[in-house]
Design a protein around this ligand. Structure first.
Ligand SMILES: C[S@@+](CC[C@H](N)C(=O)[O-])C[C@H]1O[C@@H](n2cnc3c(N)ncnc32)[C@H](O)[C@@H]1O
Length: 245
């Protein structure tokens, strides 16, 4: 299904407390490039006590999950990362309107956070809802739920942390569950029962809403991080990218 252009937030909304840009914000920088040192997700929420649980959503789209989850659990921190600048800005607008103090969105590639910036065992939850399926064989490598992403997802989750994967693509779901099992870092997936929506926006995400309203099935998996040691190490980024003087 094609997507409409993201709605621009009202110009009078102040997005500064909710919106970060991975390519620009000084917290992600080190000299001319990305910082090579690890970034604790909680550093992105100044003023919150150490030990406050942080959950990450990769591919937040229009931001329904972040808005609902941060409102429902005000003692937890919710960080979204969305590769489309327009959708990230739209999500920031939604969070600003909701006056969410415990949620922020980063415009950028979730892989950089999970593989390169976050240290081991720093997240209580990772949420990936309706990731783009990239149907063409030559585009498969763009799928978010790759073997490498899942190995790093296991690395950055604390033992007992939860990985939530929902999709309308059965084949992608099956492959992702096998790849997650292959890491040796997760319990077998538990299935999540479908809930009856009580109002028009009572869905986990906009894609869940549109899939269910179209009468299509949704596959939902919940995997718990075990205590097995991580199988990969954080990939440090060069502080100064090659070629930069
Ligand atoms: C099909 S949409 C689903 C959006 C939302 N999760 C939902 O269920 O409504 C997939 C989203 O993931 C984003 N995305 C794709 N690759 C990404 C990446 N590497 N990092 C962050 N976001 C990504 C896309 O821009 C898009 O907004």
């Amino acid at each position: 299904m094609p997507r409409r252009a993201p709605k621009k937030p009202a110009p009078e909304l102040d997005l500064s407390a909710h919106f970060l840009v991975l390519a620009d914000d000084p917290v992600f920088r080190d000299g001319k490039g990305f910082r090579s040192t690890p970034l604790l997700p909680r550093e992105l929420f100044p003023g919150w006590p150490p030990g406050t649980p942080v959950e990450l959503e990769v591919g937040s789209g229009k931001g329904l999950f972040l808005t609902h989850a941060s409102g429902a659990a005000p003692d937890r921190l919710f960080l979204g990362v969305e590769i489309s600048l327009g959708y990230a800005r739209m999500t920031a607008g939604r969070l600003a309107r909701a006056e969410a103090k415990n949620a922020r969105i980063i415009a950028g590639d979730g892989n950089v956070l999970v593989r390169n910036l976050f240290p081991d065992a720093c997240l209580e939850g990772i949420h990936v809802y309706f990731p783009d399926p990239w149907w063409k064989a030559r585009h498969r490598k763009r799928r978010v739920l790759s073997d490498a992403f899942l190995a790093h997802a296991g690395r950055v989750l604390v033992p007992g942390g939860l990985l939530h994967v929902w999709t309308d693509v059965e084949e992608y779901f099956g492959e992702a569950m096998s790849a997650a099992a292959g890491t040796g870092l997760f319990s077998p997936p538990a299935t999540v029962a479908e809930r009856l929506a009580e109002h028009d926006l009572d869905y986990r995400t906009h894609f869940e809403r549109r899939t269910r309203l179209a009468g299509q099935p949704v596959w939902r998996g919940l995997l718990e991080r075990t205590t097995a040691p991580a199988t990969v190490a954080r990939i440090e980024l060069p502080a100064v990218p090659p070629g930069a003087a």
